[in-house]
Design a protein around this ligand. Structure first.
Ligand code: FES
Length: 103
């Protein structure tokens, strides 16, 4: 399934990239821009980022469940990812910023 329509990036590509990044450092914080950089792509409209963060959260949980890391470590890490997701959702739901003028 296509997750990013601007760059034609599939959900599967994002999952594989997250998995590869976690193999390099299993406790790094993965954000959409890091995934896109690994795929040699750039966010254009960035409307896919909330969905990308959801995929990152799900894939990270699967990775750590597979690696059988401590449950407490996973809870702390998941909370960080959820804050990141809410940050991105807040930006998109807030509408235009003050000071931005329509052309
Ligand atoms: S849909 Fe992903 S950058 Fe536009």
């Amino acid at each position: 399934m296509i997750t990013c329509h601007c760059n034609i990036i599939t959900e599967r590509e994002i999952e594989e990239t997250v998995w590869r990044l976690l193999d390099e450092d299993c406790w790094q914080l993965i954000v959409p821009i890091k995934v896109y950089r690994a795929l040699e792509k750039r966010g254009k409209c960035c409307r896919c980022f909330p969905n990308v963060v959801d995929i990152i959260i799900r894939t990270t949980e699967q990775y750590h469940a597979h690696a059988q890391n401590s449950g407490a470590d996973l809870i702390v890490f998941r909370e960080k990812l959820i804050r990141l997701r809410n940050h991105y959702l807040g930006e998109f739901n807030a509408g235009p910023r003050k000071g931005n003028r329509a052309a």
